[in-house]
Design a protein around this ligand. Structure first.
Ligand code: FES
Ligand code: FES
Length: 168
């Protein structure tokens, strides 16, 4: 077991977790956050995504022993009020209103990270982040469209482009 303090949305949280626990275990069991969910547990789907020190992180692939003292953790719950996140989730849910939503937490933190860079749409950045994320119900295309809406949101000084419906 290792006792360590992390900053959850700026608030210190002391966690005493097994070294072999994953960051996903810690987020769910100690930080009581369930927007990061268990999907593939193999680093491929992104359902478990959080921001770790500002970086989009598939938390199922990070062991607690490798998380540093004072590390900053942000979950979807922490960023869900951000305008770019709201834009992304809205675009996704408008397109897929009846799906399981397991990918929504990961989509939210990814949108926050991309839009937070303050850039106009950058499809390369979106493609890069989708290399380790997918919507297990429908594939990557719906996530891609939602992320493009996020990085083109008014937060970044651009008018959101409507998502195009198309390939799965
Ligand atoms: S559950 Fe972590 S990447 Fe799929
Ligand atoms: S994983 Fe089910 S809606 Fe994306």
């Amino acid at each position: 077991m290792t006792l360590r303090t992390v900053l959850r949305d700026g608030r210190p949280e002391t966690v005493d977790a097994d070294d072999d626990a994953t960051l996903l275990d810690v987020v769910q069991d100690f930080l009581v956050c369930h927007s990061a969910s268990k999907g593939c547990v193999d680093g491929l789907c992104g359902a478990c995504r959080v921001l770790l020190n500002g970086r989009v992180t598939n938390s199922c692939r990070v062991f607690w022993r490798d998380v540093s003292e004072g590390a900053e953790v942000l979950t979807y719950e922490d960023v869900s009020g951000d305008p770019a996140v709201i834009a992304a989730i809205g675009a996704f849910e408008d397109e897929l209103p009846t799906r399981c939503s397991r990918c929504v937490g990961g989509l939210g933190v990814t949108a926050f990270a991309l839009a937070g860079k303050g850039k106009l749409p950058d499809e390369d950045a979106v493609e890069q982040t989708l290399a380790s994320a997918t919507c297990m119900c429908t594939g990557r295309a719906s996530l891609r469209r939602a992320l493009l809406v996020a990085i083109a949101s008014p937060k970044n000084g651009a008018t959101p482009a409507p998502p195009e419906n198309g390939d799965p």
